[in-house]
Unconditional design. Structure first.
Length: 463
C-alpha cells in the first residue's frame, strides 16, 4: 500500500505510460510487484512507478515525463546492488533497462558496444568467437553498465586494471532529457566522472569498451576441506602479496548448500578454495601456482581453458537470489589478520555465511591507469566480502550479524577505503575516491544534474 501523501504524484505519474510504449507499472497494477523486484529479492523496492523503456528515445521521454510530474528517476539494470538503493522511493520512477539489449563487436578495433540492459554473459558469448575477451566479473548475469560505471573487478584485473578504465565511450540521457555521447574527445569531464562514479550522472543507454586478445587463460580452482583453512590461508596470503601481475585469485571459505546446480564434487560441503586465472603460458602459469599446489589440494582444476568459461569460474548464483552482505578493503593481511579471518568465518566460528572471501588486489589495481576515470585504482591489497542467502527474515538477520562480525574482526587491517560495487548497503560514497576526485565528481554532478533528479544507489551530491 502507498500513503495518501503519494497519491497525487502517482496520479501524475500515470502520464508516463505515454512516454514508454505502455511499459510502465504503477502501484496497484497487476505487474507492479514483479516489475519492482531486483535481482537481490531480499530487497523491497516500492517506487512511485517502474518504467521499462525499449530504447534511448523512450529513456529520454521517461526522464522528461518524470521531471514534469515532480518525480526523480533511478536507473537500474539487474538490481544486484539494490540494497544500497533504500529509503523512501515514493517520488522515484525506477527505470529498468532490462529491455535494452544487444552487443556489437568490432573485432578489428577490438571494441564492443553494448546496450544498457546487456549482461556479461551476452558480451562473453559475442566476443569469444573472435578470440577476444572483456574485463568481465565473476557472475554471468551481472549487468555490464552498472558493473563498469562502479569500477569492475574481474579475473584479469591485476594485469589489466578495472573495467571502468577500459570504457571508451558512454551514451546517456541526462536530467534535462538530452542524449549525449561522452568519450575522450566529447564531454570529457563527464566521461571522466562516469568511469568509476557510478550511476549519478544520467541514465546510460549504451557503453563501448576495449576488448583484449585473450582466447584462453590458465584458470581453475584448488579445493580443500575447510578444516585445512588454517594451513592454506597463511600460505596464500604470503604468496598473494608477492605474486606477479599476471595472476588474479581469491581465497574463500564456502558453506555450500546441497543445490543441484552446484557441481557434485563440492555440493553441500564446507570448503576452503583458491580460484583464479593466470595470463601466461602453461609452464609459467604452473610455476606461479606451484607454491599453492604444494599444499596438496583434494581437487585441482587449473588448466588452459577457453576464456569464455571464466564467467562462471566463481560459481556465483544465477537468477534472482535473496542475499545479505558486507565488504571492506584491507590494507594488509598479516598473520594476526589471517587468524582473525578464520576465527570469524572458519570451521569453529559458528558463522552462517555462505561465503567469506578475500580477493587479491595489487598489481595494475594499485597503480594509476593512464587516462583513467574517477576510479583509477583501488586503495587496498585485499578485498574482503561476506555474503549469505537470506531466504527468510531470520536468515537475513543472522547473516547480517555474521557479515558484520567478519568486518569488525578485520577492521584493524582495513584501509579505510570502500569499493562501491561490493557495498550493498547505504554508505558514504566519498570513501571510494581520493581527495581530488570527490569535489571534481560533485562539480560534474552539479553541471549535469543540479536538481538531483537522477537517483543512484551510491549518491554523489551536487556541489
Amino acid at each position: 500500500m502507498t500513503s495518501d501523501s503519494t497519491l497525487p504524484k502517482l496520479t501524475d505519474a500515470s502520464a508516463l505510460r505515454d512516454s514508454c510504449g505502455g511499459a510502465v507499472h504503477l502501484p496497484g497494477d497487476p505487474g507492479y510487484d514483479a516489475a519492482r523486484m531486483p535481482w537481490n529479492v531480499a530487497v523491497q523496492q516500492r517506487p512511485a512507478a517502474v518504467a521499462y523503456p525499449a530504447d534511448a528515445s523512450e529513456v529520454a521521454s521517461v526522464v522528461r515525463a518524470a521531471a514534469a510530474a515532480g518525480l526523480r528517476v533511478a536507473p537500474q539494470g539487474t538490481g544486484h546492488n539494490a540494497g544500497a538503493l533504500t529509503g523512501d522511493l515514493d517520488d522515484v520512477v525506477l527505470l529498468r533497462t532490462a529491455g535494452m539489449t544487444g552487443v556489437e563487436v568490432d573485432a578489428d578495433a577490438r571494441t564492443a558496444r553494448v546496450s544498457a540492459g546487456a549482461l556479461w554473459l551476452d558480451a562473453v558469448d559475442a566476443t569469444a568467437p573472435y578470440g577476444l575477451a572483456s574485463l568481465h566479473g565473476s557472475s554471468p548475469d551481472v549487468g555490464i553498465v552498472g558493473y563498469s560505471l562502479g569500477g569492475g573487478l574481474g579475473w584479469y584485473a591485476r594485469e589489466l586494471g578495472l573495467q571502468a578504465n577500459s570504457v571508451t565511450a558512454v551514451e546517456l540521457v541526462t536530467a534535462d532529457g538530452s542524449h549525449l555521447r561522452a568519450d575522450a574527445d566529447h564531454e570529457t569531464e563527464l566521461f571522466w566522472a562516469l568511469r568509476g562514479g557510478g550511476g549519478n550522472f544520467g541514465i546510460v543507454t549504451a557503453l563501448e569498451f576495449r576488448l583484449y586478445p585473450i582466447a584462453a587463460a590458465y584458470a581453475g580452482m584448488l579445493v580443500f576441506d575447510w578444516t585445512q583453512a588454517a594451513r592454506v590461508l597463511p600460505r596464500w596470503a604470503e604468496w598473494a602479496a608477492e605474486a606477479p601481475d599476471a595472476v588474479t585469485t581469491s581465497f574463500r571459505i564456502l558453506q555450500l548448500p546441497p543445490f543441484p546446480e552446484i557441481p557434485e564434487p563440492v555440493r553441500g560441503r564446507q570448503l576452503a578454495m583458491i580460484n583464479g586465472a593466470v595470463l601466461a603460458d602453461d609452464a609459467r602459469a604452473a610455476a606461479i601456482l606451484e607454491p599453492l599446489r604444494a599444499l596438496g589440494p583434494e581437487l585441482d582444476t587449473f588448466a588452459t581453458v577457453p576464456s569464455a568459461s571464466l564467467v562462471r569460474l566463481h560459481m556465483d548464483p544465477e537468477g534472482p537470489t535473496p542475499a545479505v552482505s558486507d565488504s571492506s578493503m584491507l590494507a594488509e593481511l598479516p598473520a594476526a589478520g589471517v587468524d582473525a579471518f578464520l576465527a570469524a568465518a572458519g570451521p569453529d566460528s559458528g558463522s552462517t555465511l555462505l561465503m567469506a572471501e578475500l580477493r587479491q588486489l595489487g598489481g595494475a589495481l594499485s597503480r594509476p591507469h593512464p587516462g583513467a576515470g574517477a576510479l583509477p585504482m583501488l586503495d587496498g591489497r585485499f578485498l574482503l566480502f561476506g555474503v549469505t542467502i537470506a531466504a527468510t527474515p531470520e536468515q537475513a538477520a543472522q547473516g547480517t550479524i555474521d557479515a558484520g562480525n567478519l568486518m569488525a574482526a578485520m577492521s584493524p587491517y582495513a584501509s579505510g577505503a570502500t569499493y562501491l560495487n561490493f557495498t550493498e548497503t547505504p554508505s558514504d560514497a566519498q570513501r571510494a575516491y581520493d581527495e581530488a576526485a570527490w569535489p571534481r565528481l560533485r562539480a560534474v554532478r552539479a553541471a549535469v544534474d543540479p536538481g538531483g533528479l537522477v537517483v543512484a544507489n551510491h549518491p554523489i551530491p551536487p556541489a
